[in-house]
Design a protein around this ligand. Sequence first.
Ligand SMILES: Cc1ncc(COP(=O)(O)O)c(C=O)c1O
Length: 366
Amino acid sequence: MNHSQGEAFSRYLAWAKQCSDAPFNLASSGVLDYPLSELPVLMEDLEISGTGSYGYQPLIKRLAAKAGVPEECVLYTLGASMANYVALTALIHPGDEVLVENPTYDPLLAVLDHLRAKVQRFERRADKGFRLGLGELERKLTPRTCLVILCNLHNPSGALTEDATLREIGDMAAKVGARVMVDEVYLETLFDQRWRSAFHLGPNFVATSSLTKAYGLSGLRCGWILASRELVDRMWQVVDLTYGIPAHPAERLAVIALDHLHRIRDRARSLLETNRAMINQFLADHPQLECEPSRFGTTVFPRLRTLKAAEFVTLLRERFETSVVPGAFFEQPQFIRIGFGRQTEMVRAGLERISAALSTLAPVQP
Ligand SMILES: Cc1ncc(COP(=O)(O)O)c(C=O)c1O
């Protein structure tokens, strides 16, 4: 695809759509697709067109109940992608200053570029397991900052940010009149552990999420934003400027999926438990990769101690039919992101191939 200078686009998404697939795909960050045939869908539950207004009430109702928030604080939209786009469009004016974690999910930066925001960064340090530290963030917050943006769980590392830390960030941001937007698409993989959306932490929080990553329901494109009622009203206006109304059959299917989320969650939980044990054993067995064991989420983000990561990704692809995400897409060229949410057998075979590729490299000095 060609792009003229100045046009915002996400290099990562272009790569993910065109180049990431492989027989052993460890580039994907979502849980294995959930098949339609396992949902109890009856023809009479579906319809082609709905009311066409601001949200299909049965869906709003379920999303509000799931998050424990008032219905007027929910806007649903096409995946977390559109949730991020709509929320940022409503929150940012050209020239506004925003503070974004580094590393981050590349499309967030692309949307900010599109909106002509002034982007400042704060670091999540690899030697701290990419956990959020507050010192630099506090120093960089100024009265010009209008928004702090972070992902919880963090993409690419899967690091969890606890409520207490988020609350501190919310307080620091509130002092300069800024909001905090938290992309929670991977937080859903905590399943029934005790967690609540950052929306609950204070009036200046906005949260985005979707059913994509944790449940294998990407095709439903069921994403949402949790925000104050006033912001939600503004966000529906932004929706009017884009796709207008969603595909109604997808709204109906999302309602059915939400009514059966327990079974979808059970499958995902057990898959991730098995695969997490496997990836952690793999990391322990390979000193060429520097990475804390995975505790949450669907991805790990190790640093390669030998060879340039880009060369290793090419080697993996060309000789071992295996794909992982080059860290360059997260501005960390010496890292790779390995996803482990797919079929256990495929993940196992992919890890064996990474192991074989690593064994062709010079050994790491102790
Ligand atoms: C942090 C983050 N947010 C949003 C998305 C997009 O999610 P969805 O498929 O729901 O649009 C992704 C997908 O990789 C992601 O990693």
